[in-house]
Design a protein around this ligand. Structure first.
Ligand code: AMP
Length: 505
């Protein structure tokens, strides 16, 4: 038995039903994806891919790229998606680390990757966004039927490299069971059915668009409309045909700027999900007011899939990431000792359950330090449970600012700054300071035409925050630096402003 694929296969609808439709109207049925993934799995075997071998994939988003993921599952290979934006030097690092048996890339990268390939002994094939390429040419000659390779629940289905905003990027080894149990839980929790049409504008090299979205659609026999990338106009055009969307907060912020967003355009939708980065309470409120829908926020990591979710039927709270999924244990601990903290206290979020990954590829030491002896994974996120069991995230522990010996949680300060009239959003960081060790510093984006300045913000915070939490400086920028998933890259801000208090150091 093939743990994940046989589950997907057992839940497939009639084969003529649509699985993916592209924004320009190309349709791929379940039968077609099954046949294509069979051809691809046969081709992989021809190219020498054996169970447990890695297949690295750096291609543009397309239905064929999803077929490639399924083909890897079926052949028992380990799927290793890479962001198409990675430079050749970055790709070289991943290929050297993962040693894939086969690498599939866009035609434009073929020459560069070919040069790296000889050093790591990987075969290189191409796949175009339109469905062409050398790999596709080979698949055309192969049979559509494939005897799926047997895989156990604990076998590795994929390696996803973490975005690596601090230190070296790590390959998270994710098992068939990790993916299967999480997607099943979400299918039930978010009430997915075969009538659902998911508007898919996320990238598919990241866990959110690849696993959360695609596996949930597959396990509920639903369909998706695939957009190559997020484009507010395209999302607005297609929304009346969809029933659900999974997005990152930036999607919602950009859609709110679109004049056509209204109750009428969102009338056919039943669910909007947000995750991968914090959704501002203000965005949640504005969305509800404009569309009548409360965005459902959830919390996950590459290493764990989804851990907590606001309820489908109950209270979807702004600024909270909801309750632990069934079967997932979440606790908040003292970061140093690992001791569980009382409800209401802020500490390290730790997670245990069938959703939690098997460890970091070829980093046994790092894997050991990131797990507690009782099996809980130390997420690196700081959080707090409220009295009704809802979890809130206060940021990465690496973003915690320690000023004059006091812990300052950036999120708490950001929430207060964001509430100041004229502020669109903010990022609070710690910068080296001779007296304080780290000085709380706010980087602020103004919301439209406003005459707020550093003094206005500081004056507004004076009555709201203890003195040690208040920024020593408030700087204004046009935009905060973000990665592909909309996460603010605080490491870049810290590097940019590292000498701000140089005269004090
Ligand atoms: P990634 O592995 O790229 O999915 O990033 C995981 C990280 O994203 C988590 O450790 C959190 O810091 C952050 N994250 C994910 N979902 C949320 C959320 N709903 N609110 C705040 N942060 C989130």
């Amino acid at each position: 038995m093939n743990h994940l694929f046989s589950l997907i296969r057992s839940r497939m609808p009639a084969l003529e039903r649509t699985f993916i439709e592209t924004g320009d109207g190309r349709g791929i049925s379940y039968g077609e994806i099954l046949a294509l993934s069979g051809r691809m799995a046969n081709t992989m075997c021809d190219l020498g891919v054996a169970p447990g071998d890695r297949v690295a994939v750096q291609v543009e988003k397309s239905p064929e790229a999803i077929a490639l993921y399924l083909a890897c599952l079926r052949a028992g290979a380990i799927y290793l998606p890479l962001n198409p934006a990675y430079s050749l030097a970055e790709v070289a690092h991943y290929l050297q680390d993962a040693e894939p048996r086969l690498t599939i890339c866009s035609p434009g990268s073929f020459e560069g990757i070919g040069k790296i390939a000889s050093g790591v002994r990987t075969a290189v094939e191409t796949l175009e966004a339109s469905g062409g390429g050398s790999f596709m040419a080979k698949t055309a000659q192969r049979a559509a039927t494939f005897a799926d390779t047997s895989r156990a629940a604990g076998d590795i289905a994929a390696i996803l490299y973490t975005s690596g905003t601090t230190g070296r990027s790590k390959g998270a080894m994710i098992s068939h069971e990790n993916l299967a149990c999480n997607a099943l839980a979400l299918t039930i929790l978010w009430q997915f059915s075969r009538d659902d049409v998911l508007l898919h504008a996320l990238p598919i090299f990241h866990t959110n668009g690849l696993f959360v979205a695609t596996n949930v659609v597959l396990l509920s026999a639903a369909s998706m409309i695939f957009l190559p990338k997020f484009d507010a106009g395209e999302v607005m055009r297609l929304m009346p045909r969809a029933t659900t969307m999974m997005g990152v907060p930036t999607f919602y912020v950009r859609l709110l700027r679109h004049p056509e967003l209204s109750r009428a355009t969102a009338a056919h939708m039943r669910l909007f999900v947000s995750g991968s980065a914090p959704l501002l309470a203000e965005t949640h409120a504005a969305w509800q007011q404009r569309t009548g829908h409360a965005i459902l926020e959830r919390y996950g990591l590459t290493e764990t899939n989804i851990n907590t979710s606001n309820p489908y039927g109950g209270d979807r709270r702004a600024g909270a990431v909801g309750l632990p999924l069934p079967g997932v244990s979440v606790r908040v601990t003292n970061p140093e000792t690992g001791e569980a903290l009382a409800q209401g206290e802020i500490g390290m979020i730790e997670v245990k359950g069938p959703n939690v990954f098997k460890g970091y590829w070829r980093m046994p030491e790092r894997t050991r330090t990131d797990f507690r002896a009782d099996g809980f994974f130390i997420t690196g996120d700081l959080g707090r449970f409220d009295s009704s069991g809802y979890l809130s995230i206060l940021g990465r522990s690496t973003d915690l600012v320690i000023s004059g010996g006091y812990n300052v949680y950036p999120k708490e300060v950001e929430n207060e700054i964001d509430a100041v009239s004229g502020v669109a959003e903010s990022a609070v960081i710690g910068l080296p300071h001779a007296d304080f060790g780290e000085a709380v510093t706010a980087i602020v984006v103004k919301g439209g035409k406003t005459d707020i300045d550093e003094q206005t913000v500081l004056a507004a915070l004076a009555s709201r925050l203890a003195k040690y939490k208040r920024p020593k400086r408030v700087l204004f920028v046009d935009d905060l630096p973000r990665n592909a998933m909309g996460k603010v890259q605080k490491n870049l801000l810290r590097a940019r402003y590292k000498d701000l208090y140089a005269s004090t150091v």
